[in-house]
Design a protein around this ligand. Sequence first.
Ligand code: TNX
Length: 500
Amino acid sequence: MMQPHSLVPVPAGFEASDGAPFVLSSAMGIDGDPDAATTLAALVEARTSLSLDGESRIHLRIARGGPAESYELTVDAASVVISSADAAGLFYGVQTLAQLITREGSDWIIPAVRITDAPRFAYRGVMLDVARHFFGVDTVKAYIDRAAGLKFNALHLHLTDDQGWRIHLNSRPKLTEVASGTAVGGDPGGFYSKADYREIVEYAASRHMIVVPEIDLPGHTHAVGLAYPELVEVPVITDHMLEIVRDYGGEVPTAGVPYDGMAVGFSSVRVHDEATYDFIADVFGELAGMTPGPYLHFGGDEALGTDPADFALFVERVSELIADLDKIPVAWHEVGAAGGLHPATIGQYWGFVTPADGMDDKARAFVRGGSKLILSPADAIYLDMKPTSDFALGLTWANGVTSIERAYAWEPSTVIDGIDDSDILGIEAPLWTETVRTQGDIDALAFPRIAAAAEAGWSPATGASDLRTWESFRERVGALAPLWTSLGIEFFRSDDVPWV
Ligand code: TNX
């Protein structure tokens, strides 16, 4: 089998033919589904400067049948045909086609191939932390485009944290009035109006992505206390936290004062006060109405400022409240240890590829309860870890530097013992933004490692395809450089990849 040089994530089925390639020219055109045709025309134009408006030679059809999001792509000298199970599948077929476009002499060609493709996992997410630093709607849209091009279908927005509250809610306007103005390092904050959020949701939907909003509770809530001091505990300053403050700089948090440091685990809402649940009902109630996707994420991580018995009580009530809104609760794996968790709750595992400190036990609890996991092993898929030790941006707490090879070389089904593909809803690549301020920073940390995450989520398991190797991946990702450059992506040109 010929190596599919530029395809990431690698398709489930790939056959190269020795036939002549399809040569692109402005004398040819696209027919079929108008949305997919618009997407393809824009990608072709970005990559080649050709505008395709001649005779129809590229055919885009939703044929129905086959698994969700699947497609077939056939290229020969005469025509290109993409036929898919649904609109998302057609969109993914178009992304694959765009990756295949290459130069041959003075021509732009698409090699003759036959591809049959479908995702391994239903959920393929990226997360953007807009709380530590705030990113406007245009930057979020750009990240949606980048992720959708790699066949991700979920955007998790970490909307709230100690450093700021980033979503306006009519039921609780004080949150953004009082607690959105600042960010880590004294940088300016910001927030999304309801219209902004709608714009993000609609843009994501047009790229076949859902939005998963997260309100992080009961910890990571210092900002809540700026607006509603009566709902939060006084910050708990532990030795662990003093250490983090020492390592990363910034001040020790003070109640009622905006927090712009990087410490975690000091804040908590009041678990025994009914006013807290009135607040949470308002927040998730309004958010549920604004969010067409099925999931609401309630955080639950690093709640070191909350008593463990209180934590269990809290998790039970909040997961129940979200389920009563007809949404599926999602939370970080810590809540798996809490007894009364609503059984539908999806767990998001952020421990290491080799689990430590019983984090795998907490993750298994979700599956025992009848639910599933999203895997985000921090030492493989946290895009905010430094890719090299001298990289200007990023953190190193997850086992040091996360090289591109390490970001690639993990297999979802072997992370947690006793868990197999049927227990895994999917994978997610979080980008925490303590050190991230601009679109260029996002690109530099995310690319190319986001492509490794895409392959873990979409492609056949390691060992199930001879193309699922680091050697193959580095060639294929290297061949994407011209496409990424044409799309304005400022990826990190790591020496580990043979960039074309
Ligand atoms: C851990 S892992 C966090 C975040 C930080 C991140 C930095 C997890 C669920 N929480 O609060 O931003 O590390 O890498």
